[in-house]
Design a protein around this ligand. Structure first.
Ligand code: NDP
Ligand code: 8X3
Length: 255
């Protein structure tokens, strides 16, 4: 039977790189995000290049009803999901707790936490049918807290906790749960975080070579290719110079 992967946040960055990686490996794909024109263009590109089926679902993961309605719109021939990649997410702002924008906090928690919960729950029957694999994209920010990042970090600590809880509750169905926690990856992430300020976004990656979205997609793909009895529970991946969420060595390598 053809393997099917469902990827949230596939219009950019890590999610898009995952779509390309799984498509190149003959998976059928469901790609989601809010920017429909990007979804359609990725669908056309992947179907032409790899002769696979790509289905698009345009919805905002923050809204429970939108999520459940979108999943209900899946065609009948998509009756199982082998892999769910809960990737849609964002940081907004990098400010101290006393001045950070409360609306930004709400958007981060609704997207990174609620969205992941809604999508996972809505897809539960289809994932159970395949004894599938859920990959939750956490972050090094879900392992260590950094200054001016309290709520983004909190949202990723929550992803870590949800992954651990899911793993316990879903083991009996033969469902694997892997939490993948990248360090700095150069995507649209920083442009979103700094609300379109390109100078601030670019400054994030000065002095070191960050991960690429393709590096992360490669690692995610690896996690899904192991024998049925093997599950990578937790994978933290960073570029060579990043040792902790808040520690990046920016000097030259020394002898
Ligand atoms: P991008 O900004 O490049 O991609 C984010 C994706 O999430 C987009 O496809 C976007 O689609 C989607 N998304 C955001 N909000 C929503 C929403 N409300 N509803 C539906 N989709 C949404 O960033 P990355 O690829 O870097 O980020 C992907 C994940 O990786 C995030 O969870 C992020 O926290 C995590 N991460 C990123 C790191 C980094 O340094 N880049 C490091 C560690 C973790 P659209 O706008 O079309 O809705
Ligand atoms: C995203 C990367 O540097 O904000 O999770 O922790 S960082």
């Amino acid at each position: 039977m053809k393997k099917i992967v469902f990827i949230t946040g596939a219009t950019s960055g890590i999610g898009k790189a995952c779509a390309e990686k799984f498509a190149a490996n003959n998976f059928d794909i469901i790609i989601t995000g809010r920017r429909n024109e990007r979804l359609i263009s990725l669908k056309n590109e992947l179907e032409n290049a790899y002769h696979i089926n790509v289905h698009t679902l345009c919805f905002d993961v923050q809204h429970k009803q939108e999520v459940f309605d979108a999943v209900a719109r899946l065609p009948e021939n998509i009756s199982y999901i082998d892999i769910l990649i809960n990737n849609a997410g964002l940081a907004l702002g990098k400010d101290a707790f006393d001045i950070a924008d409360i609306a930004d906090w709400e958007t981060m928690m609704h997207t990174n936490v609620d969205g992941l919960l809604y999508v996972s729950r809505a897809l539960m029957p289809l994932i159970k049918k395949a004894k599938g694999h859920i990959i939750n994209i956490g972050s090094v920010a879900g392992k260590n807290v950094y200054e001016n990042g309290a709520v983004y970090c909190a949202s990723k600590f929550a992803v870590d906790a949800v992954s651990r809880g899911m793993r316990m509750d879903l083991a009996k169905f033969g469902i694997k749960v892997t939490s993948v926690n990248p360090g700095a990856v150069e995507t649209e992430f920083s442009l979103v975080r700094f609300k379109g300020n390109e100078n601030k976004a670019d400054a994030t990656y000065i002095g070191f070579e960050p991960l690429t979205a393709e590096n992360v997609a490669e690692s995610i793909f690896y996690c899904t290719q192991l024998p049925v009895n093997v599950c990578i529970n937790d994978l933290t991946i960073s570029c060579l110079k990043q040792a902790e969420a808040s520690f990046i060595y920016k000097g030259d390598f020394v002898e």
